[in-house]
Design a protein around this ligand. Structure first.
Ligand code: PMP
Length: 432
């Protein structure tokens, strides 16, 4: 394969850079090597770039495409809705239908509010938590990501351990957006959370976490940690918020909370909910959610828009009706992929490990094996993973340079075989 492979993507990027900073509309997309790609078509597990190269796709739109690209029943539902109306600026029956579905499927959901992006729904959840408790401070965890909006950007993925605002006394509320009211705590460390809450608990509105630390290395917590976090939040009167933007409907139909058996006060959902159509939700305890009937403003021109709601209803319809097929399939395919990557790494003597949480795989290079915490994740090297994904791209597999792969129900055994062959070739190249 030669550089000719990406001619059109490269020339697209050159044009785009004249009018769009870096030529991309979401910063991380700029990181793809050897060049950010432009795409023309996607279907099932495959995606085709502007040069006509077809890839097995694990970027999956950064996670939403749990059913693969263009799932027929979702496409049909949206097409039908398109003829009836896109945006009413008022209510329509499918919104309540969707909320009823979410309440049926997600253990913590008693009431639901719809938004458009994950970042926004996180803000809605935190605002509700502040109003419910009359407190200001928020606890987040090292390496966890909750969207790009100001208040929760401290110490996201890739930040060194201990950086960002250290735990500190709660300041007098000034209603500014960012910073001092967000405390960063190591995750999966019961003592650290207990001591933070002991010192500052009376000022803390919410403890927000990814219940599986997907952005923090794709790690499960140690046995009992989530239950202990739940207990500590109750003890100090803080709300526990699970950011299930990635894990919702993906690691189980009812999300990580169902899989791991711990129920938060509020849950944020997005990505897989809409099969690529922009939709998110905050769901949770009725007593907290009802605050949105009073002082807490929840607004948005596109909230509950008819196309996204149609897509979400059709998506959940498929997931619910076919759960006995979809989830075992996702587990089997992603299990085979992760095991295959690890076996291939052993054969090459490469310090590569695939950590798996349901249909999410995260590669670690030169990290302690097994990777147990965020410090282990940071001990790994990212550069070889970039080379690996670049080589895989040249061999027909589209995966993020960070090594975070999303498996879909449209992937096949043939895709797995093709992926593992590409990993094998890539490891030969990286070794050179
Ligand atoms: N929370 C988590 C756990 C995420 O991974 C993301 C996005 N990757 C977000 C929130 C933000 O979602 P969005 O990009 O839709 O704003």
């Amino acid at each position: 394969m030669t550089e000719e492979m990406f001619t059109r993507s490269r020339s697209y990027l050159e044009r785009a850079r004249q009018v769009i900073p870096r030529g991309v509309n979401s910063a991380r997309r700029a990181a793809l090597r050897p060049t950010p790609l432009a795409f023309v078509q996607a279907s099932g597990s495959r995606i085709t770039d502007a040069d006509g190269n077809e890839y097995v796709d694990y970027v999956a739109g950064y996670g939403p495409m749990l059913l693969g690209h263009q799932p027929p029943s979702v496409v049909n539902a949206v097409r039908d809705q398109l003829t009836a109306g896109v945006l009413f600026g008022g209510q329509h029956e499918a919104e309540a239908e969707l909320a009823e579905r979410i309440i049926r499927l997600v253990p913590s959901a008693e009431l639901v509010l719809l938004s458009v992006t994950g970042s926004e729904a996180v803000q809605a959840a935190l605002r509700l938590a502040r109003a419910a408790t009359g407190r200001r401070a928020i606890v987040k965890f090292e390496g966890h990501y909750h969207g790009w909006l100001d208040p929760v950007t401290a110490n996201g993925p890739g930040s060194p351990v201990g950086s960002g605002p250290a735990p500190r006394p709660v300041v007098v509320p000034d209603y500014s957006v960012a910073g001092p009211e967000v405390m960063v705590c190591p995750w999966d460390d019961t003592r650290a959370l207990a001591s933070l809450l002991e010192r500052h608990g009376s000022g803390i509105a919410a403890v927000i976490m990814e219940p599986v630390a997907v952005n923090g290395g794709n790690l499960f917590a140690s046995d009992g940690y989530l239950a202990e976090a739940r207990r500590l939040c109750d003890q100090y009167g803080c709300l526990l918020v699970f950011d299930e933007v990635v894990t919702g409907f993906r690691v189980a139909l009812g999300g990580a909370q169902q899989r791991l058996g711990v129920v938060p006060d509020l849950t944020v959902l997005a990505k897989a909910l809409g099969s690529g159509f922009p939709i998110s939700a905050v769901a949770g305890r009725a007593g907290v959610m009802r605050i949105a009937e009073g002082p807490v403003s929840h607004a948005g021109t596109y909230n509950g828009n008819a196309l996204s709601v149609a897509a979400a209803n059709a998506t959940l319809d498929v997931l619910e009706a076919k759960q006995d097929v979809v989830y075992p399939l996702l587990e089997r395919l992603s299990g085979e992929l992760a095991a295959g990557v690890n076996e291939c790494a052993d054969r090459h003597g490469a310090p590569l490990r695939a950590a798996r949480a349901g249909a999410i795989i995260r590669l670690h290079w030169n990290a302690p094996d097994p990777v147990r915490g965020y410090a282990d994740v940071l001990a790994g090297r990212t550069e070889p993973l970039g080379k690996l994904s670049e080589s895989m791209l040249r061999n027909g597999v589209h995966a993020r340079e960070s090594g975070l792969w999303y498996v879909s129900a449209a992937h096949t055994d043939e895709d797995v075989a093709r992926t593992l062959a590409a990993v094998d070739r890539a490891l030969t190249e990286v070794a050179r």
